[in-house]
Design a protein around this ligand. Structure first.
Ligand code: M6R
Length: 363
């Protein structure tokens, strides 16, 4: 069943270009027109979104917030389901509630959905398991079509969640007229190019595995990112702690000097996720602050970023270029591969990490 791979997680990481391509074809067909099932989402009267999930699915929501706000001009609140359900927040008129869950059975996410039923204008879920409770109890369920995900650490579900959420953002922009037709078509084209870029990025695996062997010696690791790379930094840290048991934290790069820089010394690797985008220079200056304190920086970037990063970087991992908007889909891959190979180097149980269940169906 592992298709020749040592672990389900390795198989599921490697499957991403294919399943992502399938998911995009499902929603875009050959024409590139976004087609959502069940009549789609009507954004008329929608004035805000509230997105709720747990773990990696929550980080997919955090990423989507950047897209939906930027492309469609709709404000988005993102919440952790276990907080949302007991906070019982007001749900203003015109709220579209979106629940993201691979399994569709996460207890807190389901409870949050039930809280929104009758309060929100519409309940949409983004799920991998089409016949799950969360899918059944939503007005509309959007399948991510990742196929069965067995490894406890979520990988292909994350990238497919991102793809479907990107399509929701583009569809909202289309209906609201916040993007002209040519820009919209260009973004769709960019999104369709992501499976190919992910495939090309798989070529970095051997280099990542080498870096991971060194990372395996660390006790603490920091991940930094700005903009959409901020949720990716959180995802990198979550993956690493989950399967390698190394203490890892993700921070928004700009938060560094508000606390976490106190942790930095030569024993703490700092993983900086920074494609060469409009925020690159800012992240480089954060990186220099880390290096000035002896921190070992692993920079994950593209060729332009590598050329402009300057001296003193411990290691650089060069990824293919990606359209700025959808770079998070690509940068998920090195985050997953790093965690995977670090766990393999440490000899932990990659697919069944201690204390964790694939689906958290009790509180
Ligand atoms: O099935 P769900 O997407 O609702 O699960 C949510 C989290 O439990 C899940 O993403 C968890 O954080 C993963 N183990 C992360 O790799």
């Amino acid at each position: 069943e592992k298709g020749g791979y040592k672990h389900f997680m390795a198989k599921e990481i490697a499957e991403q270009p294919a399943v992502l391509g399938d998911a995009l074809r499902h929603y875009l067909g050959e024409t590139g027109q976004i087609t959502l099932p069940g009549g789609g989402i009507d954004f008329t009267g929608v004035s805000r979104l509230t997105m709720v999930a747990c773990g990696t699915a929550y980080l997919a929501c955090m990423t989507a917030k950047y897209w939906i706000e930027q492309l469609a001009g709709l404000p988005v609140d993102v919440d952790i389901a276990s907080e949302f359900r007991y906070r019982e927040p007001p749900i203003p008129e015109g709220t579209l509630a979106v629940f993201v869950s691979q399994s569709g059975e996460t207890a807190d996410t389901l409870a949050a959905l039930r809280y929104c039923t009758g309060r929100a204008q519409r309940i949409v879920s983004v799920v991998n398991v089409a016949e799950s409770s969360i899918a059944r109890e939503s007005d509309l369920a959007l399948p991510i079509l990742a196929g069965a995900e067995i490894g406890v650490a979520s990988t292909k579900a994350f990238t497919c969640q991102l793809a479907v959420l990107a399509l929701v953002a583009l569809e909202a922009a289309r209906q609201r007229g916040t993007l002209d037709a040519a820009t919209l078509a260009a973004h769709v084209q960019d999104l369709r190019s992501m499976p190919g870029r992910l495939n090309a990025a798989m070529a970095t695996e051997a280099t990542v595995a080498e870096t991971a062997r060194r990372l395996a010696e660390a006790e603490d690791v920091l991940f930094l990112g700005r903009g959409t790379m901020y949720p990716l930094a959180l995802e990198g840290a979550l993956k690493l702690k989950e399967i390698s048991y190394i203490h890892a934290e993700g921070y928004a790069s700009g938060e560094l000097k508000h606390g976490p820089i106190a942790l930095v010394d030569k024993t703490v690797p700092v993983i900086v996720m920074a494609p060469h985008d409009r925020l690159f220079d800012k992240t480089v200056s954060n990186m220099q602050e880390v290096m000035a304190r002896g921190g070992k920086v692993l920079l994950i970037t593209d060729a332009k970023g590598a050329a402009e990063a300057g001296e003193g970087v411990w290691q650089t991992l060069v990824l293919p270029e990606a359209p700025e908007l959808f770079a998070p889909i690509l940068y998920a891959l090195p985050a997953q591969l790093l965690a995977y190979h670090t766990a393999v180097a440490k000899g932990t149980d990659v697919d069944q990490p201690r204390n964790l269940a694939k689906s958290v169906t009790v509180e």
